[in-house]
Write a protein that binds this ligand. Sequence first.
Ligand SMILES: [Zn+2]
Length: 338
Amino acid sequence: MLYRKVQQKSKEERKLDMQFIIWIIVIALIVYLFSVMWPLFIFLAIALAVWKAYEFYYYRSSAFMEIKQSINNYINDCNELNSHIENLKHTGLLSARTDYGDASYQDSSKWNFQRKHLKDQKYAPNVHNCSRTVCDNARKKPFEYVCKYFGIKATEETLSTFENALNNIEAAEEGKRHLQAEKDKILDSITADIPTLIKKFSKKKLERNLGFEQIDMSTAYFPKYIFKYVSSGGNASTHCDVVMDVDNLNRFVLFLSEKIKFNKSIAGQRALMTSKLRQHIKERDAFTCKQCGASIQQEPNLLLEIDHIVPVSKGGLTTEDNLQTLCWRCNRSKGAKI
Ligand SMILES: [Zn+2]
């Protein structure tokens, strides 16, 4: 034990020595390069300063302000859609977490007996710590295991929750694409008035200065159910992530409905709110908002959503006659009223 401690220390010391040597070499190289090529460095520094000054004055010039003013309404519309999409992304999924208490946790073991993974355990509702067998089997039957270990019961209510999540997540994914296309269209419309240098080297800054909020195109927001196994020594660990993306949610809705039908519930009387049905309703309504009449003929990048005329919370069923196409603006204001 003592021997191991000594060995550990000398290893760390050696590592530090190496770092020190590398730093010395790097500094010496920089000094050498500078002494030989200092005129180049000064030239680059001046060029950078001139460019920054140009950028600074361009974004404050009246020419730029005029361009910004001319597309102001479109930018605001884009940003509103962006925040709508961000809201849609925050649709949580179910998990039978009934204990919402908080507790502190200390590991007072001697350093050699500490288990790092226990220290990392934080509040994470959709993580199930389990045996290796459970973790392996979850990969083969992900939905069965998600239901079993996260306490998801096959009921009409659960089904509606997941249908709603699918609805929102799919709308968010669609919305991101439409938003990007709309943004590109707006930028295209002013491209002739923007100096080439700015377009080439200051693209991000240009978008920011025009007032566009950044669009988060990542898919990291998809809810996950995680099965995690860590051996008691902490050396072996596996995890199985069931990511609820659009594909998986569609399949999960079918999976749940199969289970409910088996239990002879009311699921048979209504349709399943899947991507397919959403598409069907949009086609039936000729891709036109039933409330304000906006359509993709007028606005090619319009985000259309499917709405329950009588909401599910008030007993409305997912039947074709209770579904309609609304644009995202109308759907959002209807949601706010309810
Ligand atoms: Zn509308």
